[in-house]
Design a binder for this molecule. Structure first.
Ligand SMILES: [Mn+2]
Length: 254
């Protein structure tokens, strides 16, 4: 696998956050990992499809603007993806953090909003049924496109994984940790609820689907309960809670 087999894609709506996180990743700064930026998108599906139309690399890494890829990440990802190509040639999607069919989380990322590492070092490649959207790797050996009818900027990781699984392809959590310089989710109303309802209808034969936020289920209670728990949480500040490089060092990622 060459550097040119992989491209990095990000939908950017806040340049300060982007410059402080993803754009600072050493593999991006060095130019080894070519970055395609999408702006003014109406949904994440629309953004990512636009980027897929502009790129041809065999593997697309789709990352949030608030993700920092630590020193050495590209080489680590190449090694992990090459191994997965050999061990599970049917794989289509991978990421550093996901949820298994039984609801257990698996992965390793540092979450700044929660101020701790999620998961832990030393797990093997693990099959998952949904991925945290912070970073998704898509293997492009078929002309996959994100669902343009999935609204807003939520649940596209779950939708991607389910799309892979229902066509007989596999999806994996791999140990390739990153820093997610996130802010806490402010609300699950509005766009989240619209995306959730869409996912419920689309995947009704496959429910319940556990996710990192709320299980997608026929029963409306889990989403209502999660919204209630967040009822007093203030709006996101719109600025970062920590320095991504300092966190990467503290986490031992570089
Ligand atoms: Mn994020």
């Amino acid at each position: 696998m060459n550097d040119n087999d992989i491209c990095l894609i990000s939908s950017v709506n806040n340049d300060d956050i982007f410059k402080s996180c993803l754009a600072r990743s050493p593999d991006v700064v060095s130019g080894r990992l070519k970055l395609t930026i999408i702006r003014n998108s109406v949904s994440m599906s629309e953004a990512y499809n636009r980027a897929l139309d502009q790129t041809e690399n065999r593997y697309a890494v789709l990352a949030h603007q608030d993700v920092y890829l630590p020193q050495g990440w590209l080489d680590l990802a190449k090694a992990k993806l090459t191994a997965l190509d050999r061990s599970h040639p049917d794989w289509m999607v991978a990421g550093p953090y996901g949820v298994q069919a039984d609801g257990r989380h698996v992965g390793r990322v540092w979450d700044v909003g929660l101020d701790r590492e999620l998961g832990a070092a030393g797990f093997p490649p693990t099959p998952i049924v949904s991925l945290d959207e912070l970073l998704l790797v898509l293997r492009r050996d078929n002309p996959f496109r994100f669902d343009p009818d999935l609204p807003h900027f939520h649940l596209y990781g779950t939708d991607l994984v389910q799309s892979a699984l229902c066509t007989g392809r596999s999806a994996w959590a791999l140990e390739m940790p990153v820093v997610h310089n996130s802010q806490l989710v402010a609300s699950l109303s509005g766009g989240y609820t619209l995306a959730y309802r869409y996912a419920c209808r689309k995947w009704k034969q496959r429910l319940p689907i556990p996710t990192t936020v709320v299980p997608v289920t026929r029963n409306p209670i889990p989403l209502l309960f999660a919204k209630w728990r967040l009822r007093n949480r203030p709006e996101r500040a719109g600025k970062l809670l920590a320095d991504a490089v300092a966190i990467a060092r503290r986490a031992g990622y570089e």
